[in-house]
Design a protein around this ligand. Structure first.
Ligand SMILES: *Cc1c(COP(=O)(O)O)cnc(C)c1O
Length: 298
């Protein structure tokens, strides 16, 4: 992947809904990568290396009909000549989502399972039946949330400028990317996560456990905000919608409503309330394919 300073982009000083965001630089992971962009490719890289070491040419994972993770897995499989299997939550819809269309066009075998069966996705005996059914494969958890995923995201930290102390802000789903960025930092940055889930009280423990698993000591330079979920995962309230439309109009940078929209909405709110100042680097973690699931995103 080609990575250079161009991925770091300062926002314009034209105010967004009355607030200047000119202190914010965006790390545009949405611009890095081929068919797939954003943080999910980083999470997959070490997993793919493990599959190759084990001589496995097939990767299997789990997700919903709009999963950025399955989308990236299908893309990377296509680019690297690996077979992919996607176990999709819920019965096959009458009209498949644009995400599922991309994935099947890129050769992913899509298997729709009931929500009840899907809930067994982390159980060892269920995973064994999948390995028997689909043949030898590397099974990756939903969202790419495993320790190789954390290690892959350490690469993201290396893209951050090292000259001054910054506040790094990123969207948090499983916490894998946050743990990777934290454990990959060589400078004293402060890291703020914005949870896109409602009441995900275990996130701090999950990030802490992931840091221990990769052998990095927790220096307490991070915190997760839980008050910007806007109604819950993939939910959008009027304030978020207004913000995204206005941000895109002023800055000319597309956001996705599920992750990066909420993260920058939080940044915007915190700047307005005087809770966030100084050098801010917000990670645009991609997810733009998911815009197609929202009719008000053009
Ligand atoms: C999955 C995802 C995240 C969250 O990553 P986690 O490692 O699960 O916390 C953030 N942004 C985008 C665009 C994503 O697709």
């Amino acid at each position: 992947m080609l990575l250079d300073a161009k991925l770091l982009q300062r926002l314009s000083d034209v105010p967004v809904l009355g607030v200047s965001m000119a202190d914010v630089q965006l790390l545009r992971l949405d611009l890095a990568g081929g068919l797939a962009s954003g943080n999910k490719v980083f999470k997959l890289r070490q997993n793919i290396a493990i599959a190759r070491q084990r001589g496995l040419g097939r990767l299997l994972s789990f997700g919903g009909a709009w999963s950025n993770h399955l989308h990236a897995l299908a893309a990377v499989g296509r680019e690297q000549g690996l077979e992919t299997v996607g176990i999709v939550r819920g019965e096959r819809p009458a009209a498949p989502s644009a995400m599922l269309c991309d994935a099947s066009r890129w050769g992913m075998q899509l298997v729709h399972v009931s929500r009840q069966e899907y809930s067994r996705r982390d159980e060892a005996d269920y995973i064994e039946t999948l390995e028997q059914r689909f043949g030898p494969c590397l099974v990756i958890p939903e969202g790419g949330a495993n320790i190789p995923g954390v290690r892959g995201c350490q690469e993201i930290a290396r893209l951050l400028p090292s000259l001054e102390v910054n506040t790094v802000v990123l969207a948090v789903g499983t916490g894998t990317t946050m743990a990777g960025v934290l454990s990959g930092l060589s400078d004293v940055h402060r890291v703020l996560g914005v949870s896109v889930l409602k009441g995900a009280d275990d996130l701090e423990d999950r990030v802490g456990a992931a840091l221990r698993a990769v052998g990095v000591s927790d220096t307490g330079n991070w915190r997760i905000h839980h008050e910007y979920h806007c109604g819950g995962y993939a939910r959008v309230d009027e304030g978020l919608k207004q913000f995204i439309l206005e941000f895109e109009r002023v800055q000319g940078i597309p956001l996705d409503p599920v992750y990066t929209g909420k993260m920058l909405y939080a940044v915007h709110s915190m700047i307005r309330q005087g809770e966030l100042a100084g050098n801010i680097i917000a990670i645009h973690s991609g997810g733009l394919q998911g815009r197609r699931g929202f009719d008000w995103c053009s």
